[in-house]
Design a protein around this ligand. Structure first.
Ligand SMILES: [Zn+2]
Length: 42
């Protein structure tokens, strides 16, 4: 199952669709928003 690992390693960096900054890798349940734009208080 090496292909799965290689697939994730070669994924392009996510960018926030709102402000355009790089999204820190974490669970992808945040869609395409960075921490700032996805902040519930904003
Ligand atoms: Zn953002």
């Amino acid at each position: 199952m090496q292909n799965v690992i290689e697939f994730f390693r070669t994924l392009p960096k996510k960018k926030c669709k709102q402000c355009g900054s790089d999204i820190v890798e974490k669970a992808d349940c945040y869609g395409n928003l960075c921490d700032e734009c996805d902040h519930p208080a904003r």
